[in-house]
Design a protein around this ligand. Structure first.
Ligand SMILES: Cc1cc2nc3c(=O)[nH]c(=O)nc-3n(C[C@H](O)[C@H](O)[C@H](O)COP(=O)(O)O)c2cc1C
Length: 208
């Protein structure tokens, strides 16, 4: 009886506090649209008509891998990072099921919270329509070797490379995307419980 009560309490607290990792299917790494065709098709989907249809897990996985996945062994990524450092931009994914951190090492999503924060992330009303919102956050701890100016420059360059990869992968998979600078940084900080030295830089909408 006591054991049963303990199990129920454990289950209840788990429902409230336990966070689950989400396994991603293997990303697409071959075939598909050629690079030059996706360069020809790269474009921002207009915000007002941003499509709301769900992106498949396979598609999400491939776009995340393009953004900052490992592409050669344990120390090579799809995007260049200063001094070959591991990605110092964290990529969060906001969805109707909660907010997740893309863990490039292991290629999975780590649950950060179970809330749907999409409607408050961007300043423009249409951003909440997107099935997924990627949030690019500069990780201060990983950039502590650099002064503030350089850390900021390197973060912006990294987000540029990551977002272009997202644009090209989205074009190749016939998905919709748009980079957005106009964000509610303070809201993002609080929702993701970011440390003081981490800075939200921009977001990207992903839909179909
Ligand atoms: C640094 C940067 C910031 C942007 N910020 C916003 C934004 O806040 N809101 C928005 O709707 N689009 C934003 N965009 C998307 C641009 O408006 C879009 O890329 C531009 O109109 C060119 O269209 P194209 O990407 O289809 O070539 C941004 C793009 C970049 C590169």
């Amino acid at each position: 009886m006591l054991l049963r009560r303990f199990a129920i309490i454990l289950l209840m607290s788990c429902i409230t506090y336990c966070y689950a990792d989400v396994t991603l299917p293997a990303p697409q790494k071959k075939d598909g649209m050629g690079l030059f065709d996706s360069l020809k098709k790269r474009a921002s989907t207009p915000g007002g008509g941003f499509p709301t249809a769900m992106v498949s897990d396979d598609e999400l996985s491939s776009v995340l891998w393009a953004a900052s996945g490992l592409n050669r062994g344990k120390n090579g990524w799809t995007v260049p990072m200063a001094s070959g450092k591991p990605p110092y931009i964290r990529l969060y994914v906001a969805s109707e099921n909660g907010t997740f951190l893309y863990e490039w090492e292991g290629h999975y999503l780590r649950e950060i919270n179970k809330q749907d924060i999409r409607s408050d992330i961007g300043k423009q009303n249409f951003t909440k329509r997107a099935p997924y919102i990627f949030i690019f956050v500069s990780d201060g701890d990983s950039l502590e070797d650099y002064d503030a100016q350089k850390a900021n420059d390197f973060s912006q360059i990294a987000v540029g490379a990551m977002s272009q990869n997202v644009y090209l992968a989205a074009a190749a998979l016939k998905l919709s995307t748009r980079y957005i600078n106009s964000i509610n940084a303070e809201f993002i900080r609080q929702s993701l419980q970011l440390p003081e030295n981490s800075k939200p830089i921009g977001i990207m909408l992903l839909g179909k």
